[in-house]
Design a binder for this molecule. Structure first.
Ligand code: AMP
Ligand code: GLY
Length: 418
């Protein structure tokens, strides 16, 4: 089959590596791909947001199957456009992607369907938002409604921070249209869990659970990032909690989307908080998480491409999705300054890491120049190691991290430590 993968980060590197194992995948292209993906797929300089470019490439290259991984093309209707020309896809429609592309839509869907989530209010006017936070207790959470490259959420510790977040969204338009409407939410406390699930709109199969580390610095300090590291499985996510989530969150979400004619086919991401009143939804994403995918796919005991085909053909009930009885620890190596401004273009020295057993390197923001691999993004590499326990995985992962060098490299040293 001729296959395209849309995207060019660590998540797509992991997906590329695991689907390339299937002999059905013959001609394999990544749009735009990256330095690491180029080992498995031909990288084509078409941006993941250039939907017309993607569709015409797919047409001209007789593509049979497309995997649309990032949020932006899903929200822009990439899957709808590809399906219109007869290409099977793993990824959801634009209507279903609203579960991520509008946090207000997601909240209203949960409220209508009694899916547990934080209490919230919607604001379209600055003065009303400011007077609401002035009389509310802190911490309080301010969220831009739309997509904001993972930066649209502020957990404000005090009124000053809440005010700044509101001004940044609504007055300064830092996130453009995405911040025209905002949500102000109750701040939940507890352990956070990510559960990714395969679904074809009829069957939902959760993958192994995981724990992201969103803040930039050790001890969960600093700004929210796209994720600085992940462990899987999440030690707080017990079988009992998983059963409760299936009954009260996962199945009701699929039913809610179906009741609105927004059948979801692809990977649905549940960001959960395990509160003292049970699990509650913090957010949905309409795609695989990054870096969750880099920690989870190495634990998959099965064929990712066959699962993706089954999802697209709505026969997920026919396949078995199993995970190894092992743990992952994934550490992100970032450019110093991320999630703010940073410099790129530095050569990466991988040391002997490629020879280390149980260690995988996924490229998040790199480019190939001749024989060299250069940094090209805020998150540069995801280093994942698997082991029989979290401690073993963690040790191997940090041992690999020590081998890798590039200028301005920065990472958290406490992934999976608490
Ligand atoms: P999101 O971009 O929605 O994933 O939010 C980023 C991070 O903000 C989450 O991973 C949580 O750590 C935090 N967060 C979002 N909403 C809440 C909430 N209602 N209560 C506490 N923390 C939250
Ligand atoms: N790691 C968080 C996300 O993918 O949104």
């Amino acid at each position: 089959m001729n296959v395209i993968l849309i995207g060019g980060g660590g998540r797509e590197h992991a997906i590329a590596k695991y689907i390339a194992k299937n002999p059905k995948v013959e001609n394999f292209y990544a749009l735009p791909g990256n330095g690491g993906i180029s080992k498995f797929a031909e990288c084509v300089k078409i941006s993941a947001e250039d939907i017309e470019g993607i569709v015409s490439f797919a047409k001209n290259n007789s593509i049979d199957f497309a995997i649309v991984a990032p949020d932006d093309p899903l929200a822009l209707g990439c899957v709808d456009k590809l399906e219109e020309i007869g290409i099977k896809c793993f990824g959801c429609s634009q209507d279903a992607a609203m579960i991520e592309s509008s946090k207000i839509f997601a909240k209203e869907l949960m409220t209508k369907n009694n899916i547990p989530t934080a209490k919230y209010k919607i604001f379209t006017k600055i003065d009303e938002a400011l007077s609401y936070v002035a009389t509310s207790d802190c911490p309080i959470v301010i969220k831009a409604d739309g997509l904001a490259k993972g930066k649209g959420v502020t957990v404000a510790e005090n009124f000053k921070q809440a005010r700044e977040a509101i001004m940044s969204c609504m007055r300064d338009k830092t996130f453009g249209k995405s911040g025209e409407r905002i949500l102000i939410e109750e701040c939940l406390t507890g352990h956070e869990v990510t559960v990714l699930a395969f679904t074809d709109g009829k069957t939902i199969i959760p993958m192994i659970s995981s724990m992201d580390h969103k803040r930039a610095y050790d001890g969960n300090k600093g700004a929210n990032t796209g994720g600085m590291g992940v462990i899987a499985p999440n030690p707080y996510y017990t079988k009992e909690i998983a059963d409760e989530c299936m009954e009260k969150i996962f199945i009701p979400t699929i039913n809610a989307l179906n009741s609105e004619n927004r059948k979801f086919k692809g990977c649905l991401y549940f960001g959960l908080m395990l509160t003292k009143d049970g699990a509650k939804v913090i957010e949905y994403n309409c795609r695989f998480g990054d870096p969750e995918t880099e920690a989870i796919l190495p634990l998959l005991d099965g064929d990712l491409f066959e699962i993706m085909l089954a999802v697209s053909e709505e026969r997920l009930n026919e396949v078995e999705v199993k995970f190894k009885n092992l743990c992952s620890c994934c550490v992100i190596l970032a450019s110093s300054g991320y999630p703010g401004n940073y410099l790129t273009g530095y050569e990466i020295d991988f040391g002997d890491v490629e020879k280390m057993p149980d260690v995988e390197i996924f490229h998040c923001g790199t480019k190939r120049e001749g024989n060299k691999i250069l940094t090209s993004g805020g998150r540069v590499l995801a280093i994942n190691a698997v082991g029989e326990s979290l401690e073993i995985a963690r040790e191997k992962s940090y041992e690999a991290v020590k081998q890798i060098k590039f200028e301005n490299m920065r990472y958290r040293s406490d992934i999976g430590a608490n």
